[in-house]
Design a protein around this ligand. Structure first.
Ligand code: IPE
Ligand code: IPE
Ligand code: MG
Length: 245
C-alpha cells in the first residue's frame, strides 16, 4: 500500500510504538446480514473483505503478528448450514488468498484443533502454512476450531506426554506448549460488534493485553477504525503490575 493510501488518521500514529501483535475477535457478521434482511452467511462473506483490508493495512503499519478469531470450538453449536458454509468459506478464502499473501510476504499460520476439521479444509490450511513458511513479513494467524481452554488442555497433555515433573512446571513450560509457542503475547486485542467478553480467545496470552472494543460490526470495520484502535492503544499506560516511573 502506498503511504498516500493510508487512512488520514495514520499520520497521528507514533511509529515506535506500533503494537507488535494485534489479536482480533471478528464479531458481528450475523448482525450485519440481519440488518439487511440477508442470511447470516452473507455477513461472513462480506467479513472476508474486512480480513483482506485489515491484513493489508496491518502489514503496512508495521504490525508483526495479526491473529484473527475465525471459528471457535463453541461455534459448532450453530446450525449445520451455517457451520458448513463457514468451513467452505474459510477453505475458499485460504486457497484464494495465497498468491496475494505470498506477494505481500505474509506468513500464514493456523491455531486450533486442526485434526477435527473437515479433511479438505485441514489439507488446504496445512498446504498454505507450508507454502508461506519462509515468508518474513506479517505473520497472519487464523484461529480455526480454536478455544483458549482446549489449548491449555492440549498443552497440559503435552506436558504429561513429555514426562515433565511437577517441579519442572513453570510458565515457560506451559507457554512453550501452547499453539502460540513461537508468537509473542498480543499487545492489543480488538473486538468488533460491542460485546464486552473474550469468548474463550487466547486466555493465557491476554494476561496483560490492552483491550479495545468497538461497536462497529466486523464487515463495516474500515482502515480508519483499525488506526483509531491503534491510536487508543498508544494512549494507554502499560504497567504489567508494576509502577510507572
Ligand atoms: C462472527 O460473527 C463470525 C463468527 C463467529 C464465525 P457472528 O456470526 O458471531 O455475528 P453475530 O455476533 O451473530 O452478529
Ligand atoms: C467469537 O464470537 C468467536 C469468533 C469471532 C470466531 P462469537 O459470536 O462466537 O462469541 P459469543 O458467542 O458472542 O460470545
Ligand atoms: Mg457473534
Amino acid at each position: 500500500m502506498n503511504p498516500e493510501k493510508l487512512p488520514a488518521n495514520a499520520s497521528g500514529l507514533e511509529p515506535d510504538s506500533i503494537p507488535r501483535h494485534v489479536a482480533m475477535i471478528m464479531d458481528g457478521n450475523g448482525r450485519w446480514a440481519a440488518r439487511r434482511g440477508l442470511s447470516r452467511v452473507f455477513g461472513h462473506v462480506e467479513g472476508h473483505k474486512t480480513v483482506r483490508r485489515i491484513t493489508n493495512l496491518a502489514g503496512h503499519l508495521g504490525v508483526h503478528y495479526l491473529t484473527l478469531y475465525a471459528f471457535s470450538v463453541e461455534n459448532w453449536r450453530r446450525p449445520a448450514e451455517e457451520v458448513s458454509a463457514l468451513m467452505e468459506l474459510i477453505e475458499h478464502v485460504a486457497h484464494e488468498e495465497i498468491p496475494s499473501l505470498c506477494q505481500e510476504n505474509v506468513r500464514f499460520n493456523i491455531i486450533g484443533r486442526l485434526q477435527d476439521l473437515p479433511e479438505p479444509l485441514r489439507l488446504e490450511l496445512e498446504r498454505d502454512m507450508e507454502l508461506t513458511r519462509d515468508n518474513t513479513g506479517l505473520t497472519l494467524t487464523l484461529a480455526v476450531n480454536y478455544g483458549g481452554r482446549s489449548e491449555i488442555v492440549d498443552a497440559v497433555r503435552r506436558l504429561v506426554a513429555d514426562g515433565v515433573t511437577p517441579e519442572q512446571v513453570d510458565e515457560q513450560a506451559i507457554s512453550s506448549r501452547l499453539y502460540t509457542a513461537d508468537i509473542p503475547d498480543p499487545d492489543l486485542l480488538i473486538r468488533t460488534a460491542g460485546e464486552l467478553r473474550v469468548s474463550n480467545y487466547l486466555l493465557w496470552q491476554i494476561a496483560y493485553t490492552e483491550i479495545y472494543v468497538t461497536d462497529t460490526l466486523w464487515p463495516d470495520l474500515s482502515e480508519k477504525d483499525f488506526v483509531d484502535a491503534l491510536l487508543a492503544y498508544q494512549k494507554r499506560t502499560r504497567k504489567f503490575g508494576g509502577l510507572v516511573s
